[in-house]
Design a protein around this ligand. Structure first.
Ligand SMILES: Nc1ncnc2c1ncn2[C@@H]1O[C@H](COP(=O)(O)OP(=O)(O)OP(=O)(O)O)[C@@H](O)[C@H]1O
Ligand SMILES: [Mg+2]
Length: 409
């Protein structure tokens, strides 16, 4: 798929932008702080409804508009795109009205739930800070997994959102039982719902990880390490007790038992078997849950891990090895999304070239040239070789304005 036209109003440092785009490679270049990353963020936001940068989406609204004192401020992002099933338009509105903030989503100019916007535009984003996925806390890895899965599987996204709500309700009830002793009779209602939704997440995550791992391992082995290093990705589902230490990443023994569990999840053809197993475990953890005032088991505590030649990459990998694994993961994500949807996602590359050595850079640039559309940023066009630049569209970004270096038709 590719974007034909991007329109931004009051988004970040763009007051107003109308930008035609072409298939193939486009490089946004310009000085620091001009709006290059903001452009890629806008595309990623339309694909995922999430910003990789801010916690509060209201921060995405242009400051000047926000401070204008108008009663209603609207930030608007619109992309017209071509995908395997024809032309579509996706839109997100960020609305600030009398101190409150809300978002609206539209597909082909019809209002939809934000969740139903996902899957229309798909993008894979490469950021310099991606290494967090390997080195950061489990929450970063869960977030990555959820964002990727949501672009491909609407049902997963719906289950995830319902799961999070039920989890909050169950935790509130657990605290109430702990504090006042009342409400125990209600607990099975929430536990049932949690187990049902949670099992769906566990099951789908296991399949996702297995699918991505296969691609990542091959890319890593064949194209990144001259068949010297074997990358393994392992999903660590938190559906049974006894693996509390694992999320610290140090307990190899319980790690192995979780991997067995993840293999079992992947191979289990029916989610009702997962439900049974999860239910048994969560029932056994009831008293601990009440004591702690929170649900101790479930996909909200999942993690996954990288190994290279059998060693935990987070603890023992060099920076370069971590970078290769990250690149393999992202390239695998492109393959996996394409395999699942029949449509190649748009690739977004933010300043990642400068971090890579020649071999990795070549691999990435080859990939970029093979996909329907890749949008990249750079402060320095000299970073690229002349033939690459000649084939690409280059656009200068300055102070929230975009100026194509050659005329785009
Ligand atoms: N909500 C907002 N309203 C207006 N301006 C904003 C908003 N959020 C961020 N900015 C500004 O947008 C500018 C451009 O940011 P961006 O990260 O896109 O720059 P860049 O071109 O990628 O720069 P670099 O080369 O340093 O990465 C920054 O100066 C930032 O202060
Ligand atoms: Mg930037």
């Amino acid at each position: 798929m590719y974007i034909r036209h991007l329109s931004l109003t009051n988004f970040r440092n763009y007051g107003r932008l109308e930008l035609n785009l072409e298939p193939g490679v486009t490089i946004f270049h310009g000085d620091n702080a001009q709006g290059k990353t903001n452009l890629l963020e806008a595309v990623f936001y339309l694909a995922t409804s999430r910003s990789p940068q801010v916690e509060q989406d209201s921060q995405l609204i242009n400051w000047t508009a926000d401070e204008s004192g108008e009663p209603v401020i609207v930030g608007r992002l619109v992309a017209r795109l071509e995908s395997s099933d024809g032309a579509h338009q996706v839109e997100i509105r960020l609305i600030k009205e009398q101190g409150s903030f809300r978002r609206e989503a539209l597909v082909d100019q019809r209002k939809v739930r934000l969740m139903d916007l996902l899957g229309n535009l798909r993008a894979v984003l490469f950021l310099p800070q991606d290494m967090q996925i390997i080195t950061g806390p489990p929450v970063d890895r869960r977030r990555y997994m959820d964002i990727t899965l949501c672009q491909v599987d609407q049902l997963y996204c719906r289950h995830l959102s319902m799961y999070n709500k039920v989890l909050e309700q169950r935790n509130a009830l657990l605290r109430q039982i702990g504090e006042t002793g009342s409400g125990r009779d209600l607990l099975p209602v929430y536990t049932d719902k949690l187990v049902h939704l949670g099992s769906q997440l566990l099951w789908r995550r296991a399949r996702f990880m297995a699918g991505v791992a296969r691609f990542a391992q091959r890319i890593h082995y064949e194209s990144l390490t001259e068949q010297n290093e074997v990358l393994r990705l392992g999903y660590l589902p938190h559906l049974e007790a006894g693996n509390g230490k694992l999320n610290n990443g140090d307990d190899e023994e319980s790690g192995d038992s979780l991997l067995v569990l993840s293999e079992w999840l992947e191979q289990t053809g029916s989610s009702s078997l997962v439900e049974k197993r999860f239910m048994r475990a969560i029932a056994a953890a009831t008293e601990i849950d009440i004591q702690r005032g929170r649900t101790t088991l479930g996909p909200h505590r999942d993690d996954w891990k990288f190994w290279v030649n059998g060693r935990d990459l987070r603890h023992f990998g060099s920076r370069g090895q971590q970078r290769s694994a990250m690149l393999a993961l992202k390239l695998a994500e492109i393959h996996w999304i394409t395999e699942q949807t029949g449509d190649t996602p748009i690739i977004l590359l933010d300043e990642v070239m400068s971090e890579l050595d020649n071999r990795r850079r070549t691999l990435l640039l080859n990939t970029v040239q093979q996909v329907p559309q890749a949008l990249m940023t750079s402060t320095d066009l000299n970073m690229f070789e002349a033939p690459f630049i000649q084939k690409a569209t280059t656009i200068t970004i300055a102070k929230g304005q975009a100026r194509p270096d050659r005329q785009i038709t």
